[in-house]
Design a protein. Structure first.
Lengths: 165, 174
């Protein structure tokens, strides 16, 4: 199998494919997240970077997103998100700030997202987009978590990693 | 947890709990989420009791009131009685759960930690007890349980108090 040596959220499906049809379904859902009318791919990528930053995951932060057109996310904006400075930096729209604030709250504790933070996303993008964003954040965060665990498995149980990774 | 629901469920009911939730507002993903949930329960590479162990550990960590109350009939039939479900809690290491069930709880905790990750001892125990395919299958199940339960929590509108345990069949329309 052509699975990556050190998986991240973006190439995880190649590693998980051995799990069969459930993994294939998860991979289809992942693909669908990047072609929908609610949250533009560059903004979704900024959400991924926000979650990766909170996990302090350098491997994830260094990954290149194949779902983005080249140049779709300017280097300065990417750097601001990775530094956790999107809220203060210039060049971010009200919608982008609202979504990134929501992403950060979601990552820290999904139970404690302030109503005002959710209302801001809903006001900017609408109710279906809020639901989509919540789904997408869960998928992205889950994939980052799984990739981290699989990398540890590769590191600590290399015989298994010969199959898993 | 927000007491008010941040998104509305559809008025028309289908009998499928996913389609009858606010997830129906996103037609681009809802069919695949229904298919994914079905595939996890019907075509995973580990037993239903192990899946339920992962699901309940996640539900209790995420504190999804609805998820915590649900028990899947297929897992109950596979031996995960209510007494055993209660063991998926603090002190599970010293409980009567099987070694594989304890490892499933530990796997879930590694995934659910912040930041996520596992140590050498657990990695080696998992590798001895499960095949690579089974480990991959458990991660797919965990991701599914985790993102759907966190979606429910994030949308809000859940009761604060625990709900009575309810035994549910697998959905039939997926």
């Amino acid at each position: 199998m052509d699975s990556p040596a050190s998986p991240n959220s973006l190439d995880l499906d190649r590693t998980l494919a051995m799990a069969g049809s459930a993994a294939a379904s998860f991979a289809r859902l992942w693909q669908a997240l990047w072609v929908q009318p609610y949250v533009a791919p560059p903004l979704l990528e900024m959400c991924r970077l926000t979650l990766a930053r909170l996990h302090r995951d350098e491997h994830e932060l260094a990954a290149t997103n194949p779902h983005l057109e080249p140049g779709a996310l300017a280097a300065a904006r990417r750097a601001a998100v990775i530094a956790g400075q999107a809220h203060a930096a210039t060049g971010f729209s009200v919608t982008e700030r609202a979504v990134l604030q929501f992403a950060e709250c979601y990552a820290l504790d999904a139970q404690s997202i302030p109503d005002g933070t959710a209302d801001m996303v809903k006001a900017q993008l609408g109710e279906p987009a809020l639901v989509f964003l919540i789904e997408a954040l869960g998928c992205i965060d889950g994939r980052i978590r799984t990739a981290r665990c699989l990398r540890d498995l590769q590191r600590f149980a290399p015989a298994q990693a010969a199959h898993v990774g | 947890m927000s007491a008010k629901a941040r998104a509305r469920a559809p008025a028309r009911r289908t009998g499928n709990p996913i389609r009858d939730s606010a997830l129906a507002l996103v037609p681009e993903t809802v069919d695949e989420i229904v298919a994914l949930n079905s595939a996890v329960w019907k075509r995973s590479l580990v037993s239903p009791a192990l899946l339920e162990t992962l699901r309940l550990r996640n539900a209790r960590t995420v504190n999804c009131v609805f998820c915590k109350a649900v028990r899947y009939e297929v897992a109950r039939a596979d031996g995960l009685t209510e007494a055993r479900a209660a063991m998926i809690d603090t002190g599970y290491q010293d409980s009567a759960l099987t070694e594989r069930e304890k490892l499933a709880v530990a796997l879930a905790d590694s995934y659910l930690g912040f930041p996520a990750g596992m140590g050498a001892e657990l990695a080696q125990r998992l590798a001895r007890e499960f095949s690579a395919e089974q480990i991959a299958s458990m991660f797919v199940a965990l991701m599914t349980f985790n993102f759907t339960s966190r979606t429910a929590v994030s949308i809000g509108g859940m009761p604060e108090e625990p709900l009575p345990v309810v035994l549910v069949p697998l959905a039939t329309d997926d």
